[in-house]
Design a protein around this ligand. Structure first.
Ligand code: PLP
Length: 357
């Protein structure tokens, strides 16, 4: 007789819940940390002129050299460091894990943090261990984290800086203490670099096992899927072997190069988002029913009694945000709103006002 799926599918895959994305049809979409601004028509026309000549009958440049050259220039990545391009940074996380995977090897990350660290660890068959953040301000519990390093000897540690979904930056002295204590690879995930002045690129010269990961998704290019990993050649030459030869398609490569040549357009947008974040934070803080946490990213986390009910009411008022209740215990009754345009933020606040009564 035939095998059933349950006979053959790896137990860790059977146990996994499919990654669920909320339907956003006709809703104001403030759930996924996207940049709300589109490009002006003039810029769109220039972009289309580039697309017109895209050689879609050919495989893309496997080395993505045009993309890498511009990334080095604009992100100020020194020539002494290597660079790997991913189909979004999600794929880079997967590549790092595939490179280091072995039975009983541990992946360590603070919790709550970006869920893909855990999901991808489970998919590749590594053991994932989460270390709770301090409950009141989501800072690192350094003694607990160092103890977990000692106990589990992780092959890889992920630190999102700023952290998702909490929005805060961990203390640099805590990060350095972790870098000093860890024998394995430490990945600092700077997906929200466009919204903060803090970054860890300068630590790369000092710590040979540090890798810094970035993405263009939150900058304003979530649709093209482009992430990159920066680090020492000794690690990256091996991680590179797990990359599928044509992982970033020709349209994404050309669009990335175009975007990097128009980088100031995007930094103007992210600057506006940073300003709007301050406005939104102030307005949210006026609601006495909410606990609101300061953020260095393009979203704000807040707690409200009956979060699920509030989330549903917001949806009925036409606004989709993210409900985090039911995930990690530290996120009980927590909601996360992405900073939108001033109009979208106003509509969200109005919907919130109506939902709270
Ligand atoms: C959004 C996000 C990513 C995923 O980025 P992609 O490049 O779109 O795959 C990675 N890390 C963190 C912390 C994020 O919030």
């Amino acid at each position: 007789m035939f095998y059933t799926p349950a006979d053959l599918i790896r137990p860790e895959i059977l146990a996994l819940a499919a990654y669920h994305v909320q339907e956003a049809h006709k809703l104001i979409k403030l759930d996924a940390m996207e940049n709300p601004y589109s490009l002006d028509m003039d810029t769109v026309k220039q972009w289309l002129a580039v697309m017109e000549h895209a050689p879609i009958n050919r495989y893309p440049d496997p080395a993505a050299s045009g993309v890498k050259t511009l990334l080095r220039k604009i992100m100020e990545i020194p020539d002494t460091l290597e660079l790997i391009i991913g189909n979004g940074s999600d794929e880079l996380i997967q590549m790092i894990l595939l490179t280091l995977q072995a039975e009983n090897r541990v992946v360590l990350a603070p919790e709550p943090s970006f869920v893909m660290y855990k999901i991808l660890s489970q998919i590749v068959g590594m053991k994932y261990v989460g270390v709770p953040l301090n409950a009141e301000d989501f800072s690192l519990n350094l003694p607990a984290f160092l103890q977990a390093i000692e106990t589990h000897q992780p092959a890889v540690i992920f630190l999102a800086y700023p952290n998702n979904p909490t929005g805060n930056l961990f203390k640099l002295s805590d990060i350095e203490a972790i870098l000093k204590a860890a024998k394995g690879v430490v990945v600092i995930d700077e997906a929200y670099a466009p919204f903060t002045d803090a970054h860890c690129l300068s630590l790369l010269v000092e710590y040979p096992n540090l890798l810094v990961m970035r993405t263009l998704s939150k900058l304003g290019l979530a649709g093209i899927r482009l992430g990159f990993l920066v680090g020492n050649q000794a690690w990256l030459e091996h991680i590179e072997k797990t990359r599928l030869p044509y992982n970033v398609n020709v349209l994404s490569q050309l669009t990335t190069m175009f975007a990097l040549q128009h980088y100031s357009t995007f930094t103007q947008q992210t600057q506006t988002i940073r300003e709007q974040r301050a406005v939104l934070f102030k307005q949210l803080s006026r609601f006495l029913q909410l606990t609101v946490w300061e953020s260095d990213a393009n979203f704000i986390l807040f707690r409200v009694e009956n979060a699920r009910e509030i989330f549903n009411r917001l949806k009925q008022h036409g606004v989709l945000i993210k409900c985090l209740d039911g995930g990690h215990p530290a996120l009980k009754d927590c909601l996360r709103v992405t900073v939108g345009t001033p109009e979208e933020n106003e509509q969200f606040l109005r919907a919130l006002q109506l939902s709270l009564v």
